[in-house]
Each structure stands twice: as structure tokens, then as C-alpha cells.
Ligand binder design. Sequence first.
Ligand code: MN3
Length: 248
Amino acid sequence: MSNNRRNFLKQTALLSFGAITSSVLGTEGSQQLIALESQLEVANASSVNFSLPALPYSPDALEPFIDKTTMEIHHGKHHNAYVDNLNKALATKNNQLKLEGLLVTISSYEKTVRNNAGGHYNHSLFWELMRPTTGSSNMPEGKILEALNNSFGSFESFKTQFTECALKRFGSGWAWLYAEGRQLKIGSTPNQDNPLMNDAEIKGAPLLALDVWEHAYYLKYQNKRADYITNWWNVVNWNKVTALFSNL
Ligand code: MN3
């Protein structure tokens, strides 16, 4: 890749990411620019190589809601393939952008990069957005609960709207809670697209993600996506959602 093209991609990445994260890019100080750059680009690397993150819990930890075999195949085979194929697709491009940097400039890349960069980002986030059930009712608290109440009427109404959105996504894709500026929204994307992609159907900062590809639920739930979603609410990691919300 030529230096000119790389610089163009980097500038585009900085501007898009700044807009998405409501950063004050361009309004003051080089410190913020440097901080933003470090989120998107690896300095002086010959080429960025992506790797599969370990699951933050054992594969059977989400039982009985998400079964062990599904987790093993989903993480060890599907997610691993996105990482391998992303590295292969970028092998000759001397890529210096981190994953977020690729996503906010994704319209500049071919479909293979798009699908696999999206797949890697979405799944890395998805694992962290779940946790073993605590036994009690799984509810958000504090500012995120307040924001959900304000945006969707109530927590129950938020769950209903998010569930409907996830059910309506035809074929493979994802349902999202995301922030467009300070506004919380619900939406879905096809395939492995996500709201960080500069040409996605919905754009913003992801806060909660649900994988509705059949590979996420078919072994246990077969065609019953609705049952999968109902049970998934038990393992949502609201601490992670709260942390993402606090970073806005
Ligand atoms: Mn998946």
C-alpha cells in the first residue's frame, strides 16, 4: 500500500472515529489527537496481525442458556476462522490499522476484509457482553438503567423492542443497542456488519450486541430464535454495557 493511500485511510479513520465517539478531534490540543491515533493505529509496526482472544469464561459457563458445544464451535471454529481469514486478506497490504481503524474505513476494502474484520470485532465484543448467570434477575443498574428508561420508556420495553429487532433481522446478522451521539438506539445489521462501519445501515458506538446467525443457537434451539433470545437475556453482562456507556 502506498504511503499516500495509507495516510488518506488514517485521516479518514481518525475523522470517522472522532465523529462516532464524540471526540473533540480538531478542536483542541495534540494530546487528544495522539490518544485517538493510538486507538486506531499501531505505531511503526511492519503489519498488524490479529489473534483470537480467549473466552473470558469456560465454554460451559453460560449453561443452560448457551450450551458448551455451541460455545466451543462458535469461538474455536467460527471466530477463529474470521481472525485467520482477516490476516490472510491483509497479508499483502502492510496494514497498520487496528480493528476499529479498519471498521471506520471499511468502504475502502474488499468484501473479504469487511466480513472478517466485522466478524472478529463483533465476536470479541459478544463474548465480553455475556457472563455466567448470577441466579437473581439480570438487570442493569444506575446510569445505564436510567438512560434505557428515558430512551425506551422502561427496561421491559427496551427488552421487547430489542427482541423484536433481533427477530426481524432476516437471515444472518446482529441486533444492537448503540449510541448515536448521546442518543441510545436499537437497530440491526446484516452479515458481520456493525455500527462502527462507515457505510453501515446504522452508525454509532456499540453498547450491546446479539448474534442472530443460526450458528449461534441452532444446536440447542434449532429454528427457535425467539427462545434463544429469551434465554440470552439471563447471561447479558450489564457491567460491560455500563463500562461501554461510561466511555461515551
Ligand atoms: Mn457468530
